[in-house]
Design a protein around this ligand. Structure first.
Ligand SMILES: Nc1ncnc2c1ncn2[C@@H]1O[C@H](COP(=O)(O)OP(=O)(O)O[C@H]2O[C@H](CO)[C@@H](O)[C@H](O)[C@H]2O)[C@@H](O)[C@H]1O
Ligand SMILES: [Mg+2]
Length: 234
């Protein structure tokens, strides 16, 4: 793999972290569902969120899988909460009062870095294949013809909180289709690193607990290695 644990998140600086309560958001809406289950009253707190999709790219010119690496605030925040709780300087129930965190209490930026399949929110009224095509361009710099994009699975994620639907796509690409650098939309302040993984590196990443990965990435790599890899080398 092109990166190693030593240079994970090199050059990334995270500072001036603070937390506020959410008044309203274009991304999530918390709600409480009350219901009767077999004559018993029940209550469940949930979050309405957008569905999402991902597109696993396989570059047939180099025989590499194309994935992305990026900073995820929620991943960083959970590590920071762990640290502050251990230091005894934080009460999770007073999270929104914690407006200023001392710089020396912050975690290393690498604690928020994740490995994922190129992915995006389904927040536009367009066919999923077209959204997947845009994500492959914006995040990875590949111009993928629509006919190359195949759906291979879907599932509901965060079942206890939001049950958002995630749809998984796959596309074979070539070096000729890499006409951009990717990296995400600057208008959305995205800073996404594109990684080209040999199949050996992908197999290794599956079980490497020193790196944070989405379950979707593990599922996509496993699907590829168990169903597509054999076809390509037959
Ligand atoms: N909560 C939030 N707060 C502030 N800005 C936000 C935000 N959510 C999205 N955004 C903004 O909208 C952009 C959306 O980016 P994408 O469409 O690539 O979705 P993303 O890959 O982040 O997550 C999608 O795909 C991954 C992978 O499946 C899922 O885990 C994830 O839930 C889904 O959002 C972000 O770069 C950011 O600018
Ligand atoms: Mg994305």
């Amino acid at each position: 793999m092109a990166d190693n644990a030593a240079n994970l998140g090199e050059g990334l600086r995270i500072g001036e972290v603070s937390f506020t309560p959410i008044q309203s958001s274009p991304y999530i809406a918390p709600y409480r569902m009350k219901f009767i289950q077999n004559d018993k009253k029940r209550v469940w707190d949930c979050v309405k969120a957008h569905d999402s999709l991902s597109i696993l790219l396989f570059n047939t010119s180099t025989k590499e899988l194309v994935i992305v690496k990026q900073f995820r605030p929620a991943v960083y925040a959970r590590k920071l909460f762990d640290k502050l709780e251990k230091e005894g300087t934080m009460d999770l129930s007073k999270l929104s009062e914690l407006t200023e965190i001392k710089q020396d209490s912050l975690c290393n930026s690498r604690e928020g870095i994740t490995y994922e399949v190129c992915a995006g929110l389904v927040d536009k009224n367009k066919p999923l294949e077209e959204i997947a095509q845009s994500e492959a361009w914006e995040e990875c710099g590949y111009r993928v013809p629509l006919e190359n994009i195949k759906k291979f699975n879907s599932y509901l994620s965060s079942l206890g909180l939001s049950a958002t639907k995630h749809t998984m796509f796959y596309a074979e690409v070539t070096n000729e289709m890499r006409v951009g650098t990717g990296g995400g939309l600057t208008t959305e302040q995205e800073e996404i690193e594109v990684l080209h993984l040999s199949l050996g590196a992908a197999r290794h990443l599956l079980w490497d607990e020193t790196r944070f990965k989405s379950c979707g990435l593990c599922l996509a790599i496993t699907w590829f290695l168990t169903t597509q890899d054999m076809k390509l080398y037959d």
